[in-house]
Design a protein around this ligand. Structure first.
Ligand SMILES: Cc1cc2nc3c(=O)[nH]c(=O)nc-3n(C[C@H](O)[C@H](O)[C@H](O)COP(=O)(O)OP(=O)(O)OC[C@H]3O[C@@H](n4cnc5c(N)ncnc54)[C@H](O)[C@@H]3O)c2cc1C
Length: 438
């Protein structure tokens, strides 16, 4: 196949994919709407702009995102090499000078003879048969988002409402009891944290008083329409939560036979029960406030380890397991691939990784061979597992995710302690990745 590949979006995923394709000898047209038009969060003129924090998070491979850094470096990632070259001191985090980082990515892309930069907004999806990658990110411009929405039959979302996730072994099982509402499912699918009236009232008061993240100007209107943070529900009346996400009906505590005044329901994030989601607890409380309020006022969470904290923010993403084939192409338009945050991965590094995955899939398609996904035990494989719904529990909604060890397949054998489990994940990933390196 000799046609050029079109990439829409010169962010982290689009630049990474363009680089990987060009390095493999493929000609690319890379469309970026800046500087003529900007999303509400983008400010600079360069490619690969980091719109918020300047940190690509932990660089320690015993952290899942640090492991992803390591894999991306081994695969010749443009983004990681530019991040390393513009690094600033930040402990074990990989933080960068954002201006120099974006300038360096731009310079390398401009210097790549097989990439042609087109500074224009894409208002339509490219028609086939030439292959194209859509990597327009969490703030995809409206016209294009509407076309993707039409192709996905409504499975494109504009907001993320993320509830916190806690590590299973940090929940106090003397307090939590296993039960699903009215004993549905296998009867004990959920963990429940019971609250009496005083505990509930103290919790609601803390939610109301707690410090919140101010919404961006472009978020407010639609955020109140679509996905209500728990503190917004609490503002509507003192009992609203007890009749909503903290409803105790059908959740009698088997140890007392009585129904608590309110409950916090925890739903499994993975089959092994290493991670549990606080159902309905999407929130705009600041992260320190979430830790303080949840650990001090929710019974059973005093020693909780948060694998993810809650947030509500603008984010354009598709329900990847339903609308994407395993090679990240749209089932409805197989010549169109999706990459980056629009697929439902979350964060700078994950979006970069997903851009790299999409480029590998495009190379396989062009070569007429089936897509070879990354080995499951690697960090890239864990992202791919997430995007294809493997490891997802039936009946749970698809939600964007950072790379975390609970996305990885369960480890074999019994390993005692978190450090031992992290080390085993790293060992397995390092053993498996070479199978996939070109
Ligand atoms: C307000 C905000 C704060 C965030 N804070 C963090 C954070 O602190 N840490 C973190 O890890 N992640 C953060 N994220 C997420 C992070 O921005 C993404 O994970 C990452 O940038 C996604 O990479 P991407 O390449 O998929 O999209 P982007 O980096 O957004 O790149 C998409 C590019 O496509 C362009 N584009 C959009 N539509 C069109 C079109 N129709 N035609 C042509 N070009 C188009 C855009 O201008 C942009 O350059 C934040 C996101 C937002 C919105």
């Amino acid at each position: 196949m000799s046609e050029r590949v079109t990439i829409l979006g010169g962010g982290l995923a689009g630049c990474e994919a363009a680089w990987q394709l060009a390095r493999a000898g493929v000609e690319v047209d890379l469309w970026e709407m800046k500087p003529g038009k900007r999303s509400p969060a983008h400010r600079g003129d360069g490619l690969a702009e980091l719109v918020c924090s300047n940190s690509l998070r932990s660089d320690n491979p015993e952290n899942a995102v640090g492991l992803l850094h390591e894999e991306l470096r081994r695969l010749g990632s443009l983004v990681l090499s530019c991040a390393d070259a513009t690094r600033v001191a930040a402990g074990d985090a990989l933080a960068v000078d954002r201006e120099r980082f974006s300038a360096l990515v731009t310079e390398r892309i401009r210097g790549e003879p097989l990439v042609r930069l087109v500074h224009e907004e894409a208002t339509h999806l490219p028609g086939g048969p030439g292959l194209a990658l859509v990597a327009t990110g969490p703030l995809t411009a409206d016209a294009l988002a509407a076309e993707i929405q039409a192709l996905c039959g409504g499975r494109l979302h504009f907001y993320d409402a993320l509830a916190p996730i806690v590590a299973g072994d940090s929940i106090d099982r003397e307090v939590a009891y296993a039960r699903s509402r009215y004993g549905k499912g296998s009867g004990d699918d959920y963990l429940n944290l019971p609250l009496d009236r005083e505990q509930y009232q103290a919790f609601v008061a803390a939610l109301l008083a707690g410090e919140k993240v101010a919404p961006h100007a472009f978020e407010e209107l639609r955020f109140f329409e679509g996905c209500l943070p728990i503190e917004t529900m609490a503002e509507r009346g003192p009992d609203v939560l007890a009749y909503g996400p903290m409803k105790p009906v059908g959740l009698e505590d088997p140890r007392t036979g009585r129904r608590p005044h309110a409950v916090v329901q925890l739903r499994r994030e993975d089959a092994a029960g290493t991670a549990w989601n606080l159902v309905g607890f999407q929130t705009r409380l600041t992260w320190p406030e979430q830790r303080r309020i949840f650990t001090s006022l929710l019974p059973g969470l005093a020693r909780a380890e948060f694998l993810r904290l809650g947030q509500v923010h603008r984010n354009t993403f598709v329900e990847a397991p339903a609308v994407l084939a395993p090679d990240l192409s749209l089932r409805a338009r197989p010549h169109l691939f999706l990459g980056g945050q629009i697929t439902g991965v979350e964060g700078y590094v994950e979006s970069t990784g997903c851009g790299l995955l999409a480029a590998r899939a495009i190379l396989d398609r062009r070569a007429g061979r089936p897509f070879r996904p990354p080995p499951e035990g690697t960090a890239l494989g864990a992202l791919h597992r997430h995007l294809t719904g493997r490891g997802h529990l039936p009946g749970t909604p698809y939600q964007p995710s950072n790379v975390v060890f609970s996305l990885f397949p369960p480890l074999e054998g019994r390993l005692r302690g978190k450090q031992a489990r992290k080390a085993a994940h790293v060992e397995r990933a390092r053993r498996q990745l070479p199978e996939w390196i070109p």
